[in-house]
Design a protein around this ligand. Structure first.
Ligand code: IPE
Ligand code: IPE
Ligand code: MG
Length: 235
């Protein structure tokens, strides 16, 4: 399969794990476990098409409000994913990156996250970013506070504030904005994900639940993206 134009950066809201499990009378956690297989399959596809950035929404700042046992299981799955995938990531030159309020994660996950970031930091083929304890409003407000502080200190001038400077204060500093945003499971909302960065992203919503979303579904999304005309306000 070849494409006339491909996104440089894909962002994914991986949603529908709980419903996938419920349909099978399974505990929600089995949906999350199956969802990891989808993530692996999508990463394979992204590498195949030489897409440089993939950002996935794995846990939102709002997801802390879920029952404790689900939160604990999700954190354990995260640790497990990182540990089991590390050799694959290194072998395929994938840099694992994290955005969100990482300080809020349990100590064990914090250690796993910083170890993985360090061990994969030279990966130049793909930057795979996991959004964990991530909230876009929080990210924006943080940026505003830091900018205000830097203006006060005299590190920057108030007249320096523009899109480029503002972006450099976000968790996503150094990463181009997503060209394509995919959300699975039929929900038509952003749920506090990359609100600033997706200003001009092409949106792709599919009813497919995340655990059923595999490389072939990614290809369908890419085919759809290929047809989009991106005007950026021009004629
Ligand atoms: C997405 O699936 C995974 C996380 C939010 C962690 P959900 O767990 O939200 O699954 P649904 O939306 O309840 O089906
Ligand atoms: C968004 O999904 C967060 C992730 C996919 C990690 P949710 O399932 O938490 O979103 P809402 O609650 O349906 O908006
Ligand atoms: Mg959901």
């Amino acid at each position: 399969m070849t494409f006339k134009n491909l996104p440089r950066h894909i962002a994914v809201i991986m949603d529908g794990n709980g419903r996938w499990a419920k349909k099978r009378n399974l505990d929600r956690i089995y949906g999350h476990i199956e969802g990891i297989k989808s993530l692996k399959s999508v990463v394979e596809g992204v590498i195949e098409y030489k897409i440089k950035y993939l950002t996935v929404y794995a846990f939102s700042s709002e997801n802390w409000q879920r029952p404790e046992n689900e939160v604990d299981s999700l954190m354990e799955l995260l640790d497990e994913y990182i540990e089991l995938e590390l050799p694959y990531l290194i072998k395929n030159k994938i840099r694992l990156n994290f955005i969100g309020d990482i300080g809020r994660l349990p100590d064990k996950s914090k250690t796993a996250v910083s170890k993985a970031a360090e061990k994969t930091k030279n990966g130049g083929e793909l930057t795979l970013t996991l959004a964990l304890s991530y909230g876009s409003k929080e990210e924006i407000l943080n940026a505003v506070s830091k900018i205000a502080e830097d203006v006060k200190k005299g590190a920057i001038e108030f007249t320096d504030i523009n899109d480029k400077l503002f972006s450099s204060y976000l968790y996503t500093a150094g990463t181009p904005d997503p060209d394509l945003l995919i959300r699975t499971s039929g929900e038509l909302r952003l749920s506090n994900f990359m609100l600033y960065q997706t200003a001009y992203a092409e949106l792709y919503f599919t009813k497919t639940l995340w655990p059923d979303f595999r490389k072939k579904n990614l290809i369908a999304a890419l085919k759809n993206y290929e047809k989009r005309i991106r005007r950026f306000g021009k004629t």
